[in-house]
Write a protein that binds this ligand. Structure first.
Ligand code: ZN
Length: 83
């Protein structure tokens, strides 16, 4: 029998990835906390398909875009690399 028949092997791999993702999220937060979010911003759809505004420097979510920013985003998607 091969080791890959271990029913827990996938779970172990996924657990390891989840743990690493959690650690990386923390590192990302620390980096984003150092950013003042004073520079450029960009608009993008989030996971639930809502338009959100992000800091161009650190990609931190900064809330909802204004109506004008939404219209710019919808009218000029390629500017944001979503073509
Ligand atoms: Zn920032």
């Amino acid at each position: 029998m091969e080791q890959t028949d271990d029913p827990n092997i996938l779970r172990k791999q996924v657990d390891k990835i989840d743990k690493e993702l959690g650690q990386l999220e923390k590192v990302k937060e620390e980096i984003q906390n150092e950013c003042k979010h004073k520079g450029e911003t960009f608009v993008q759809f989030d996971k639930s398909n809502s338009m959100k505004k992000y800091c161009s420097e650190c990609k931190r979510e900064l809330g909802y875009p204004t109506k004008a920013e939404q219209e710019t985003f919808l009218g000029n998607k390629t500017k944001y690399g979503n073509s």
